[in-house]
Design a binder for this molecule. Structure first.
Ligand code: F6R
Length: 261
């Protein structure tokens, strides 16, 4: 696991967006795995700017991690709506190539299985972008999720529902169910880039990087991926025990780019 620690959230988003841009420039027809949430908003702002400066999404396809069950794509709090607003409406991605699970499907269980099969047919995902829940979730794979799970319907924890309720109006009930890419599905991506910023993510980041491999912290599965990069800001890195070593490795990398791990 490569651990990159930046002074603040803005620098961390710069690094994350630069990795995505470089991957897309190298492999324009790649399948990109995308995430939503507050952490990703500055990343998409940078990708929109990169598009204005010439980065094309025309040949790529994208697969988002998750969607709320019961919300149609035109619901303002659906993740489809989020993606349209923050990225898809502003770049040249082909609408038919920008995939999210169908939260409004009459049979969400079947829709989740179909989504997994679609990723299998169009994949592998070349770069999967991930955020981190303060409880260690990735996608909506909450603690106790099978570490080899496929895409499926998942019940959100009360903590996740509460965290997400900030995006809903006072008279709205935030959904308690989601369709999420499974952990096994996520792990099939050739490369994983996780971005976490803010003090609220520090405990989960430490459990992910330095804790035992455990379904209690689903993100700890990234310890088993051969090409995972975790980008943190100082606040999210605050609980790391081996911080000096991660900085040392990055220093070596900057001296001999791409050589030290
Ligand atoms: C969103 C997703 C979630 C978020 C996580 C962090 O597609 O899969 O795992 O990445 O809940 O959300 P924020 O960035 O809002 O703290």
């Amino acid at each position: 696991m490569r651990i990159v620690i930046k002074p603040n959230a803005s620098d961390a988003a710069d690094t994350c967006a630069a990795l995505i841009e470089a991957a897309l420039r190298k492999t324009p027809d790649m399948a990109l795995g995308l995430a939503t949430g507050g952490t990703m908003e500055p990343v998409y702002a940078r990708l929109r700017a990169a598009h204005e400066a010439g980065l094309s999404f025309a040949r790529c396809s994208s697969f988002n991690l998750d969607e709320y069950v019961g919300l149609a794509g035109d619901h303002p709090q659906s993740y489809r709506h989020y993606m349209q607003q923050h990225l898809f409406d502003h770049v040249d991605i082909r609408p038919e190539a920008a995939h999210l699970p169908d939260g409004a499907a009459a049979d969400p269980v079947a829709a989740a299985a179909q989504y997994d099969a679609l990723i299998g047919r169009c994949g592998p995902i070349g770069l999967q972008l991930l955020g981190l829940g303060s409880n260690g979730h990735i996608g909506f794979n909450e603690p106790s999720s099978s570490l080899v799970s496929r895409s499926r319907v998942k019940t959100l924890t009360r903590k996740t529902v509460e965290a997400n309720s900030r995006f809903f109006g006072p008279d709205e009930t935030p959904p308690h169910l989601s369709i999420t890419m499974g952990i096994g599905t996520i792990m099939e991506a050739s490369r994983i880039v996780l971005l976490a910023t803010g003090r609220g993510k520090a405990q989960a980041a430490a459990a992910m990087i330095e804790g035992p491999l455990s379904a209690h912290c689903p993100a700890s599965i990234l310890q088993m991926h051969t090409d995972a990069t975790v980008i943190l800001d100082e606040e999210a890195a605050a609980d790391l025990a081996e911080r000096d070593y991660y900085d040392w490795v990055e220093l070596q990398r900057s001296r001999v780019p791409g050589q030290a791990g």
